[in-house]
Write a protein that binds this ligand. Structure first.
Ligand SMILES: Nc1ncnc2c1ncn2[C@@H]1O[C@H](COP(=O)(O)OP(=O)(O)O)[C@@H](O)[C@H]1O
Ligand SMILES: [Mg+2]
Length: 260
């Protein structure tokens, strides 16, 4: 069951979406509360896009939610090929659509010429971005949304250095009523906290670790999940048999070399 009773109360029942990462949902108290905005952060190649897509795909497969994956980074074709190789599919029959807005980046000269958000004025590109997603909401009524990625939305929508613009983006996403996953860039230092970290309801952080034997492993950590009594520990993440698996990370102190 993907939508579970996360925190039942006498007044209302709150829903939570499973991540479909075997061995991990239990540590999230059943899943991600409906309506949350969750950052998926990590270095390139840590499988952020794949994990986000897998959450949409598996919830749709169980007929529990339909998903929209908005890509500004990778083209629809490239993303589809990647997911198909991993045993996941795109299209109405699978309940997951990919919306390719990489074309937005071709408007580079236009949005570069537009100073964007200054706290008072909204960038026309931001308006365009919102209109497209609101129209799609009417057309396919998606429950789960992925935005890949935050740095590109910030650039295209002219909110890169605008705290108010970022706040406006998060407030609009809350009003949209979806449960949203935003793929975020990796801070060079895990201890660095960004504006978006404060605004997000949850953070799933992906890391690549190198051991003294030069073995590389992907590691997952839920650093924040509002309203959830979650485990903030590290989990080794693997993709096999068409799904993600997480197992608690055991550290041999002094033998871990680096973390990216
Ligand atoms: N079957 C697989 N099992 C494990 N890793 C894979 C598999 N297929 C692709 N990858 C890895 O996934 C990575 C890309 O995942 P992706 O989700 O695009 O990462 P990110 O979005 O974090 O850059 C590549 O580095 C590739 O090596
Ligand atoms: Mg990616």
């Amino acid at each position: 069951m993907s939508i579970s009773e996360a925190q039942p109360s006498p007044e209302k029942t709150e829903k939570a979406y499973s991540t479909y990462i075997e061995g991990f949902d239990g540590h999230l108290d059943g899943g991600i509360p409906q309506g949350h905005i969750v950052l998926i952060s990590g270095a390139p190649g840590t499988m952020k896009s794949t994990m986000a897509f897998s959450i949409l795909y598996n919830n749709a497969r169980e007929d529990l939610a339909s998903g929209l994956y908005v890509t500004l980074e990778q083209t629809r074709e490239s993303l589809m090929r990647q997911m198909e190789k991993l045993g996941m599919f795109v299209g109405r029959e699978f309940g997951v659509e990919i919306l390719d807005l990489s074309v937005f980046r071709q408007g580079e000269e236009d949005w570069m010429g537009d100073s964007g958000e200054d706290g008072r004025r909204e960038s026309p590109w931001f308006k365009k971005f919102r209109n497209i997603l609101e129209t799609q909401k009417k057309v396919i009524d998606y429950d789960l949304l992925v935005i890949d990625s935050l740095p590109l939305v910030e650039i295209v929508c002219g909110i890169r250095n605008s705290r108010y613009g970022l706040f406006r983006l998060f407030r609009w996403l809350h009003d949209l009523g979806t449960t949203t996953f935003i793929i975020s860039e990796n801070p060079p230092d895990e201890r660095i906290v960004r504006e978006s970290d404060f605004m997000a309801d949850g953070i799933l952080h992906l890391l690549m670790e190198t051991s003294a034997e030069l073995n590389l492993s992907r590691v997952l950590r839920c650093t924040k999940m509002r309203e959830v009594n979650h485990d903030p520990g590290y989990y080794v993440l693997e993709y096999k048999d068409r799904r993600f698996w997480a197992s608690p990370k055991r550290y041999d102190v002094g033998r871990m070399v680096s973390r990216l």
